[in-house]
Design a protein around this ligand. Structure first.
Ligand SMILES: [Zn+2]
Length: 196
């Protein structure tokens, strides 16, 4: 005989009429133990009462109606992917323009980051010399491009301000002009194709 009272899953086994190897000692315990016999009798009464309840079938579409009211929590990466897919425009020219916008934003961000890093002189020791050279080279290049675009006077004004911020803005502007050109060319060729 079992030397402890039955667990509820063991009572369930007996309720189901399980005739397996493990059921015999459980049955032996119930025969000897008034407590467990009472619990088994109670469970039998409950099971037969449940069995006598009328059986309902849900109306068609019940599961869909319930699920439409359930808030399903999406994992963040699935939600992000879905949002990104919704944000991608369907027509190719608009997609190119959107891509150009993203590129412009990242160019602006990295130009700003370079400017902040250089002007804050975040590096120490000999690295400061290197960043100094880098800064001069970058500033010189930007000034050359700037004067080619907007004339020597503008470049002079920029040098006077000493602003790499102006340089960063110029880089961003150049990127914007290039990106917009690509986008509009795509738009134009698309409308040509539609016209022909
Ligand atoms: Zn018992």
């Amino acid at each position: 005989m079992q030397h402890r009272h039955l667990l509820s899953n063991e009572i369930d086994l007996l309720l189901d009429g399980d005739a397996g190897f493990g059921a015999a000692p459980l049955r032996a315990h119930v025969d000897e133990c008034a407590d467990c016999r009472a619990r088994l009798d109670e469970a039998l009464v409950l099971a037969s009462a449940l069995e006598r309840l009328p059986h309902f079938a849900p109306r068609t579409g019940f599961a869909d109606r319930v699920l439409s009211q359930v808030q399903i929590v999406e994992p963040w990466h699935v939600a992000a992917l879905n949002t990104a897919q919704r944000l991608i425009p369907e027509s190719r020219p608009v997609r190119v323009l959107a891509l150009a916008g993203v590129g412009l934003a990242s160019v602006t961000l990295s130009a700003s980051a370079v400017w902040i890093a250089l002007s804050a002189r975040l590096t120490a020791g000999s690295a400061t010399v290197v960043t100094g050279h880098l800064r001069d080279a970058l500033l010189g290049g930007v000034q050359q491009g700037f004067s080619a675009l907007f004339g020597a006077g503008a470049a002079e004004a920029m040098r006077a301000n000493g602003g790499l911020a102006v340089g960063a803005a110029a880089v961003a502007m150049l990127a914007a002009v290039g990106a917009a050109a690509v986008g509009f060319r795509a738009l134009a060729s698309a409308s040509r194709q539609r016209g022909s």
